[in-house]
Design a protein around this ligand. Structure first.
Ligand code: GLP
Length: 270
């Protein structure tokens, strides 16, 4: 595991975007070789998306040969609802870059047969050659995607009922009205994300400090699904100073000592 500690949430977004750019460029995608990127929604990745858009606009990065797979989508709200994850992704990323719309995959939370929709999604990921890099955020209860506490750590894409904590956390996007937050969602499983070649999880803010502590210093537990990534060969956690508040001094010192090594991961190649 790597833990990258940046000063601010904005620095986290910049670091993550530079890492994604570096990975895509190194992969050298083309018509016969698409780079597959897993993506989250939420406020945490917004800075990363903004920087990716800037790279695209500056001609430093293209998404023409990139396929994306989003982690999750609400059920029971229309696709064009302003708070659907479809709307979020189009507004915050896809409409600003050169990705082909058919390459930007999102689950359909209104599909007539939700189980079939989930099975199909898994099949599409396999067909695309698996995910190269899965970007994720976490909920304050340590959930990844919508894998709420108690989710199987080998779960696949499926329908989930949201935990009360998630509904409360997400009410801010629905005018603060808990009754308006959907109670079900489709989500990739922990196992689906674990299959990715690499996983990068962004954690920012003091309100996520306990979650970061549990994610990397606690044991692996299905009650804290992000902890599963302790068992993944290639996981990078990127956090800001505020999120380190519950970590041991020893942990912080160790990873800060690796700063120069971490900078090499995002170095621009000439
Ligand atoms: N399903 C999403 C998660 O994928 C996301 O990581 C989490 C955190 O969101 P935020 O980044 O806004 O804290 O929110 C939702 O629950």
């Amino acid at each position: 595991m790597r833990l990258i500690i940046e000063n601010t949430a904005a620095d986290v977004g910049f670091w993550a975007a530079k890492y994604i750019k570096r990975k895509i460029l190194d992969f050298n995608p083309g018509p016969d070789k698409y780079f597959t990127l897993g993506l989250p929604t939420g406020s945490t990745p917004m800075g990363t998306y903004q920087k990716l858009i800037e790279f695209y606009k500056a001609g430093k990065l293209s998404f023409k040969y990139v396929k994306t797979f989003n982690m999750d989508e609400y059920c029971d709200i229309p696709r064009d609802h302003p708070e659907s994850y479809h709307s979020f992704m189009w507004n915050h990323l896809f409409k600003h870059i050169d990705i082909e719309p058919e390459n930007a995959h999102l689950l359909d939370g209104n599909a007539p047969d939700l189980d079939k929709e989930c099975e199909e999604y898994e099949r599409k990921i396999v067909q695309a050659g698996g995910i190269q890099l899965f970007l994720g955020g976490i909920g304050p209860d340590g959930h990844i995607a919508f894998n709420e506490p108690g989710s199987s750590l080998v779960s696949r894409t499926r329908v989930k009922t949201l935990a009360q904590e998630t509904i409360i956390a997400n009410a801010r996007f629905f005018g603060g009205d808990i009754a308006k937050v959907p109670t079900r969602a489709l989500t990739v499983g922990v196992g689906t994300v674990m299959d990715a070649k690499e996983v990068m999880i962004l954690i920012t803010g003091a309100h996520k400090a306990y979650a970061l502590h549990k994610a990397i210093e606690g044991g692996v537990s299905h009650m804290f699904t992000v902890s599963a990534f302790q068992m993944h060969k290639n996981t990078i956690f990127v956090c800001d100073e505020d999120a380190t508040m519950e970590l041991k001094v020893k942990t912080v010192k160790y990873f800060k000592g690796l700063h120069n090594l971490h900078e090499k991961l995002i170095e621009e190649k000439l």
